[in-house]
Design a protein around this ligand. Sequence first.
Ligand SMILES: Cc1cc2nc3c(=O)[nH]c(=O)nc-3n(C[C@H](O)[C@H](O)[C@H](O)COP(=O)(O)OP(=O)(O)OC[C@H]3O[C@@H](n4cnc5c(N)ncnc54)[C@H](O)[C@@H]3O)c2cc1C
Length: 279
Amino acid sequence: MVKHVIPKNLQDALNHLYQGDYHVIAGGTDLMIQKRNSADLPPLFHSNMLYLINLEELKYVMKDEAQIKIGSMTSLETLLHHKDVPELLKEVIKEMASPGIRNMATLAGNIANASPAGDSLVPLYLLDAIVVLASTNQTRYLPIEKVIIGPRKTVIQANELIKEIIIPIPHFTQTSWVKVGGRFADAISKVSFAGAVTVSEGIITDFRIALGAVYMTVIRNRAFEKSYKDLSVEELKNQLPQILTRYQELIKPIDDQRSNKNYRNQVASNLITDFIQKI
Ligand SMILES: Cc1cc2nc3c(=O)[nH]c(=O)nc-3n(C[C@H](O)[C@H](O)[C@H](O)COP(=O)(O)OP(=O)(O)OC[C@H]3O[C@@H](n4cnc5c(N)ncnc54)[C@H](O)[C@@H]3O)c2cc1C
């Protein structure tokens, strides 16, 4: 018999994860679909379920001089309207699902679901987000790219949950977000792109690119980015052919029902080109 537990607080949730075998559920907007049953029947869960969405102590946005801390059960809709959430992340959330879904869905669910097309992952990679994993005996602070290790694969252990997401306060002079999907919102990305740059007196001091849905995980390459630091804007633009060649080596899209490899390759190159040309 599958158990359904609504923990009283975070400590109670962690104790349950320590003592038993539970699958956590946040807004349920991915899990309910994955576990859907025949028409008119409730979802079919095969494991004990631990419901986190009512944990008020995990619903917050806090900002200090250096970072923004987001409690893992804060809904996407709350983040969309919160003054302290970076604009780039808001732009992305605005194109995720519909208001009804966003009122339930969380960043933690998007991260733990680890879909190569998970939209919030792209800005979170770009913004150097740290995922805070809590269990009864430790708290781990991991960069998001160390949490997601493949399609639907993470390093989150059975006794852990995502407690918080930390985002260093960004200081870019320009950012860009493009989601290419079947329609404006409520669509799964065929390709997604986030770019950010800081230009000071004509010189690039920070340059970042992240691409979604064109590899097993979000693509971000810090070594490439670093090699464009300290160039003038014009020098960067002159390097566009080389930049495209380098990123093409990383992009390994799949064919699926939404799109095909060639289309995804070409669109990814077009998005990088467009971003750089507009700096
Ligand atoms: C109609 C519709 C439209 C959608 N549109 C988009 C879209 O445009 N872009 C997009 O990226 N996604 C979209 N989604 C997918 C989904 O809404 C998001 O992935 C959402 O962020 C999932 O959050 P959740 O809280 O509902 O996760 P849940 O479904 O509750 O959980 C998802 C996974 O994360 C795990 N998990 C949840 N919270 C934690 C935690 N705190 N610690 C550890 N593990 C945890 C769960 O165990 C589960 O494996 C859509 C879904 C629907 C139904």
